[in-house]
Write a protein that binds this ligand. Structure first.
Ligand code: ATP
Ligand code: MG
Length: 471
């Protein structure tokens, strides 16, 4: 079986790439896996962002609650001084077991420190949490402005509370892990289902492959299109069409071989009889007669064999395609020179009509010459003695024209399509001939990308017109 796959490159990486480019399953799997990896990466990032935002929010709320408790513990005593008794709950709410340290500061609006750390940095905006650095430690900090009754000037204090990141980061990690693991399970589940779906979807294709592979050389009956999905049915139909063509071709080939064998058997049997007769004959005259019949039968077999050979060479794919450029008028002149003796023997006026313009065509020179020989041979053979055969060469635009005209009996219109068939001969024509000449002409013309038609010549007889692409 012919294998169209590219040769496997060497090395592990090369082999992996080879498998990927050649295998449908590997390609689909690669797409699914790459998509999953992409989805997991995006998921990783998004759940991190979401866990980070949640942990910030929770920390900010706790900081704000703490700041509020501290603010509410601030009051002005009877002597007019600002007092603050920080309740333990205000700081205990950060005691979550992660060893966080809490710092606070209470200052009046005009900047005098009431309690806490004087150098604690203030966030830019009120009640909005911010990351900051305090004494080399990263922290989350919040600020709350709170009115205090009895405080002179604008009557508010600013409470700043900061906490180290331990608990916040731990929360972020836990939230992220739980969120990510849930999504990961979902993505993996989706991937698994996709892979199973892929396997199931590909199964009919693999069954089709096995069905084709298991068939013997002779089995060409159509495959059942229902064995694959709708989208693949055109492929099965195309395969079936192809097999039908192969089947027809094989049948034609068988018919051809059997016809050829029959055609050979008749003259060979005749040769055998004529040889026996000649051997037995004592009378010289009659022996000469038998020998002459023997020669004619031998000629017929030889002719058949050489026509068969030419036909097989004219068939597509039997010879390496050649692209000679030949001058049609020159070729016609050579062919006519070779057949001039035959024309003379039959007393036929054989002529060429060609002007000086060169008509060049491309293709297999030997085969194109063979085509012309067969056409002129037919015209000479089927035209009565004293007749006229003219070969013409011309050009019309991009088309080279070649015609062979005679004033013989012609071919009735009803028979014209058939005469191109192999071994087809018109009943009543002279016995010599194998019926392959026009089949050769058709093969050669088709091979050169041209066309051939049969028509009536002006003076009665046959007009064969060949059109070929000129170069
Ligand atoms: N110029 C012609 N005039 C009349 N009949 C023709 C002419 N050319 C072909 N035919 C008819 O067409 C038939 C088929 O021709 P074809 O050349 O294929 O075979 P053939 O001449 O019988 O055998 P061969 O293979 O030896 O050429 C011939 O038997 C003949 O009856
Ligand atoms: Mg012929």
């Amino acid at each position: 079986m012919h294998n169209d796959a590219a040769p496997a490159p060497k090395g592990l990486f090369g082999r992996a790439i080879g498998a990927l480019t050649n295998s449908l399953r590997a390609q689909l799997l690669a797409w699914v896996v790459l998509t999953l990896i992409g989805a997991i990466c995006i998921n990783l990032y998004l759940s991190f962002r979401s866990a980070d935002a949640t942990a910030d929010l929770v920390t900010d709320r706790t900081l704000l609650a703490s700041a509020r408790v501290i603010a509410e513990a601030t009051h002005v005593d009877s002597s007019g001084t600002v007092q603050i008794d920080i309740p333990p709950a205000a700081l205990e709410m950060f005691d979550t077991g992660y060893g966080d340290r809490v710092f606070y500061q209470v200052v009046t609006a005009w900047g005098s420190l009431i309690a806490g750390y004087p150098d604690l940095p203030h966030p830019k905006r009120e009640q909005v949490g911010e990351d900051t650095i305090f004494r080399t430690d990263g922290m989350r900090v919040i600020m709350l402005n709170h009115p205090v009754v009895g405080l002179d000037q604008d009557g508010t204090v600013s409470v700043v509370v900061a906490v180290t990141h331990n608990s916040q980061h731990a929360m972020r990690r836990e939230l992220w892990l739980s969120d990510f693991s849930k999504q990961l399970v979902l993505v993996l589940l989706a991937g698994l289902v996709t892979i199973i779906g892929l396997q199931r979807g590909l199964a009919p294709v693999l069954r089709l492959r096995d069905a084709v592979r298991e068939r013997g050389r002779q089995r060409l009956d159509p495959l059942n299109p229902n064995m694959v999905q709708n989208e693949l049915r055109p492929l099965v139909h195309a395969l079936n069409d192809h097999m039908e063509r192969v089947q027809n071709q094989m049948a034609a080939q068988r018919r051809f071989v059997s016809n050829a064998a029959h055609q050979l058997r008749t003259p060979l049997a005749l040769i055998s009889t004529q040889a026996s007769v000649a051997a037995r004959e004592t009378d010289n005259g009659r022996r000469d007669e038998a020998l002459s019949a023997l020669r004619s039968s031998t000629w017929q077999v030889t002719r058949l064999a050489s026509q068969l050979l030419t036909l097989s060479r004219a068939e597509p794919g039997s010879r390496r395609p050649r692209n000679d450029t030949i001058d049609l008028a020159d070729t016609a002149r050579q062919v006519l020179e070779n057949l001039a003796e035959e024309a003379l023997r039959r007393n036929i006026d054989l002529g060429l009509e060609a002007d000086d313009t060169s008509v060049r065509i491309g293709g297999d020179g030997t085969m194109l010459r063979e085509m012309l020989v067969n056409l002129v041979d037919n015209a000479l053979r089927y035209t009565q003695p004293g007749g006229r055969v003219t070969v013409g060469v011309g050009r019309k635009g991009d088309t080279a024209l070649l015609w062979v005209e005679d004033n013989g009996p012609g071919i009735p219109e009803a028979e014209r399509p058939q005469v191109f068939e192999r071994f087809y001969r018109i009943i009543g024509t002279e016995p010599e001939g194998s019926g392959l000449g026009l089949a050769i002409v058709r093969e050669v013309v088709d091979g050169a990308g041209g066309s051939v038609t049969l028509g009536d010549a002006t003076g009665g007889g046959l007009l064969v017109s060949v059109r070929l692409p000129a170069v």
